[in-house]
Design a protein around this ligand. Sequence first.
Ligand SMILES: N[C@@H](CCC(=O)N[C@@H](CS)C(=O)NCC(=O)O)C(=O)O
Length: 214
Amino acid sequence: MAMPILHGPAYSTYVRTARLALEEKGIEYELDHFDFMEGFPDEQIARHPFRRVPAFTHGAFELYETVAICRYVDEAFEGPALQPGDAAGRARVTQICSLLDCYAYGPAIGKIVIERMVSPMLNREVDESAITAAVPAAEKAYGVLEGFLGDRSHLVGGTLSLADLHLAPNYAYFLMTPEGERITQSTPNLRRWWDGIKERNAMVRTRPEFAAAG
Ligand SMILES: N[C@@H](CCC(=O)N[C@@H](CS)C(=O)NCC(=O)O)C(=O)O
C-alpha cells in the first residue's frame, strides 16, 4: 500500500491536527513540508483550489479539508479508533470540529495568534484593534468548549477522539498569547484536559519548532 503524504508546513494548526491523527493511529507517513509564507507551491494550488493546507495523498486518492482527512485516516487504516462507536458520539465529534473551524479558529488563531506571534516575526505592526475585536468571540468559543468538556478527560466519551486532536493545536498556540493565557485561566476544565494531552508522544513529535509551550 502506498505511504500517505501530508502536504503542508509543520507550523500549521490544521496540518498538525492531521499529523496527530496519523501519529495516534501509528501510521507511517511523509510530511511534504513547505513554507506557505514564502508562497504557495504550484503543486499545492493544484491540489487545493482554496489555497490552504493541508492536502493529503494516498496513492491515487487525493483529499483536502482536515476533518475529511482525519476521518479517512481513522477509517481506512488499522490502529486505535479515533471516533466513538455510536452515531451520537460521532455527531458530537463532528459538531466540535465544526465549531472549532467556524467559531474558534478565526478569532483565536486567525486574529489573536497571527497578530501577537506572526506579525512581529514579519516585522509588521501588531494590530491591537483586531485583537481587541477578536477576544469576545474567542472567549465565547472556548467557554462553549469548556462546557462540552465538563469534568471528563476528553471532549467526547471517555477516550481520545478527533475532537481532541482538532482542538489541541489551536489551544497550543492560543495559550502562547496573553489573551489566550487569560482566557484559558478561566476555563479550568480545558486546562486540566491540556495537561493530560500536551505530553502525548504524538503531540511531542509534532511540536512546531517555535511552539516551545506545547
Ligand atoms: N477548512 C480548512 C482550513 C485550512 C486552513 O485555514 N489552513 C491554514 C493554515 S492553519 C492555511 O492554509 N492558511 C493559508 C492562508 O490563509 O493563506 C481545513 O480544515 O483544512
